[in-house]
Design a protein around this ligand. Sequence first.
Ligand code: IPM
Ligand code: MN
Length: 347
Amino acid sequence: GAPLDVAVIGGDGIGPEVTAEAVKALRAVLGQDGLTTTAYPLGARVWHETGEALPDGTLDDLRRHGAILLGAIGDPSVPSGVLERGLLLRLRFELDHYVNLRPSRLFPGVRSPLDVARVAPDGIDFVVVREGTEGPYTGNGGALRVGTPAEVATEVSVNTRFGIERLVRDAFARAQARPRRHLTLVHKHNVLSYAGHLWRRTVEEVGAEFPDVSTDYLHVDAAMIFLATDPGRFDVICTDNLFGDIVTDLAAAVTGGIGLAASANINPDPAVPSMFEPVHGSAPDIAGQGKADPTAAILSAAMLLADSGRSAEAARIEEAVAADLTSRGAGSRSTSEIGDAVVRRLA
Ligand code: IPM
Ligand code: MN
């Protein structure tokens, strides 16, 4: 078939270092002829040079690729939110990446801060299906009387039936394909009643199409207790954009840390590129030192392969990463040493 056509946005901080290792892994499983990559040097430097985080022409170019691999966005030299909103969220919104998929799996040999033998004897293996285009992320809000004692700030959470329904249906389909076939809705309908009830009703109604999937509901605060005390109970967690952001950082922490957590921003329409990125940020404090763990980026590349129908190749990368994690000693390896070790296992 045609080579996989991947746009690579290394981004800021450790982003370019970890995506380089992910590209190596892709090339190792796809071969020289199976992959074409196009680098897009977006991030803080382009913003400083042009005043634009994502020029319209670049967005049009990105749309023409099969998939996007992204490292990390954010730099201390740029005001908070400018690159996050102008680049990362703009990509998610413009490309309508409504399924933000974040698997959490405790790999053998990886240490969790939890006493796993006690709290999750059968292991930890769940996936968060986070809504990616709505909630408080839409930028609806404003500030009044800024700088005065009477200052008011609002951030409006946008929740549409259309947006929730398509996400919930996707989450049910994913739950149905997993052995345990269980979906947990995480929200806060005791306080966020308008959105909460819309989410709950939608899960009930869409759930009727999936009678073999069991469901439950947890308020987000209680869900976090279970994530720390009984993470093995979760299979598929379906939640909104902001809750999903927070839940997936704790989920990463209990499964070995943010250095291992992969994610996919999916638009199921094959004509639109989905985007794959580690959950972690740009970590400017360790940028350029070869200290970053590229595992999350490599596992994100595996998600890219799976999403493009190359599930055998995706599984090969996952197995190579799993083997690498199992055999990790106490010594620390550089970013490229870890990438090379994974690539050797793929050879
Ligand atoms: C993430 C990040 C982003 C988010 C930020 C950088 C906009 O925290 O991918 O989890 O909040 O979605
Ligand atoms: Mn986050």
